[in-house]
Design a protein around this ligand. Structure first.
Ligand SMILES: NC(=O)C1=CN([C@@H]2O[C@H](COP(=O)(O)OP(=O)(O)OC[C@H]3O[C@@H](n4cnc5c(N)ncnc54)[C@H](O)[C@@H]3O)[C@@H](O)[C@H]2O)C=CC1
Ligand SMILES: O=C(O)C(=O)Cc1ccc(O)cc1
Length: 292
């Protein structure tokens, strides 16, 4: 049981964490801070937080658990804002979608105290940002990747694992590098492609008319294109090398398909589609709860 969660970033991810922690009876009080005072106020109105803090530092004052749930490029400024209140008995976690840059920021700012920070990435979320979409079930049954470094304090790592497990998550450990390489392929590239597809269509003269005719396949493929621009700008820029490398893999695969079409080669085309179809049919999302 935690006395106080200091929540920095009262949006979708932070708000959902606060609601889930409260529902599990794991926290007595949630003190929240978001950059925009209207968001913090809304979070309190919704019962996501109990107390509005006027600064990140004041949200952390008296907290034994701190969650950073801000766009990843805001991580360093957030650590700087709170560093004077970072003590060894406080557990700090984040929920950022990339890990190497977040950890570099933590090392630069927290220095010898970096061990209290346990980098975390819940593989849960949706395309709808903001506290109004916070949901106590968001994390239930989902994977959470922890990417500890050599200085991470074992007791803090253990406590972090217990918190996520108590919220119904399946916890996995990876290196920050392994994490960023994998998520470039399975999350950052798919978002990039969804953004590109929407723009490619809407920039055509008949784009609007085409979109009006689209069906469920298009809906499934492009859902994530509606994601928050500031959040995704930061994610894509903070995993640049891995993302560009995955984009090259994708372009090669696209060119192979295009060549089979241009060459009127049905066998080659069928083989390529078969490979994709079998891989997708055999894939299941790792989850604790039965998935829809
Ligand atoms: N949206 C998703 O599905 C997932 C997002 N994430 C990560 O979660 C983090 C938060 O994303 P969401 O909750 O989706 O976004 P959001 O936009 O719903 O919430 C972010 C909140 O942070 C606040 N904020 C922005 N800059 C700030 C600053 N400098 N100081 C204090 N507050 C600040 C915003 O006002 C907003 O309330 C990001 O790092 C993202 O990479 C991780 C997994 C899934
Ligand atoms: O909307 C979806 O289905 C997502 O894939 C959500 C998501 C977005 C970012 C992450 O780092 C992890 C999960």
């Amino acid at each position: 049981m935690f006395e106080q969660l200091g929540l920095i970033g009262c949006g979708l991810m932070g708000g959902s964490f606060a609601l889930a922690l409260k529902r599990a009876g794991l926290v007595k009080r949630v003190v929240g801070y978001s950059k925009s005072p209207s968001t913090t106020e809304r979070a309190r109105q919704l019962g996501v937080i109990d107390v509005e803090a006027p600064s990140a530092l004041l949200a952390v004052s008296g907290a034994d658990l701190v969650l950073l749930a801000v766009p990843v490029a805001a991580t360093e400024a957030t650590f700087k804002a709170i560093r004077h209140l970072v003590r060894n008995d406080v557990l700090i976690m984040d929920v950022g979608s990339t890990k190497r840059e977040v950890i570099d920021a933590a090392r630069r700012v927290l220095r010898e105290q970096v061990g209290v920070f346990v980098p975390a990435h819940p593989i849960a979320g949706k395309e709808l940002a903001g506290v109004d979409h916070a949901d106590p079930d968001l994390y239930t049954g989902r994977q959470v990747i922890l990417t500890p470094i050599e200085r991470t304090l074992p007791a803090h790592l253990d406590k972090a694992e217990k918190v996520w497990r108590a919220l119904g998550c399946q916890v996995k450990r990876m290196t920050p590098e392994g994490h960023d390489a994998a998520y470039a392929a399975i999350s950052h590239l798919p978002h990039l492609l969804a953004f590109a597809l929407m723009n490619a269509i809407q920039k055509q003269d008949e784009g609007k008319d085409f979109l009006a005719l689209a069906g469920p396949g298009f809906r499934d493929f492009t859902r994530i294109a509606a994601s928050d621009a500031a959040v995704w700008r930061d994610i894509l820029l903070s995993n640049k090398e891995e993302l560009v490398s995955q984009s090259r893999h994708f372009l090669r695969a696209l060119q192979e398909l295009e060549a089979a079409i241009k060459n009127n080669d049905p066998d080659a085309l069928e083989t390529l589609i078969d490979q994709a179809s079998e891989a997708r049919a055999g894939w299941r999302m790792t989850a604790v709860k039965p998935q829809g």
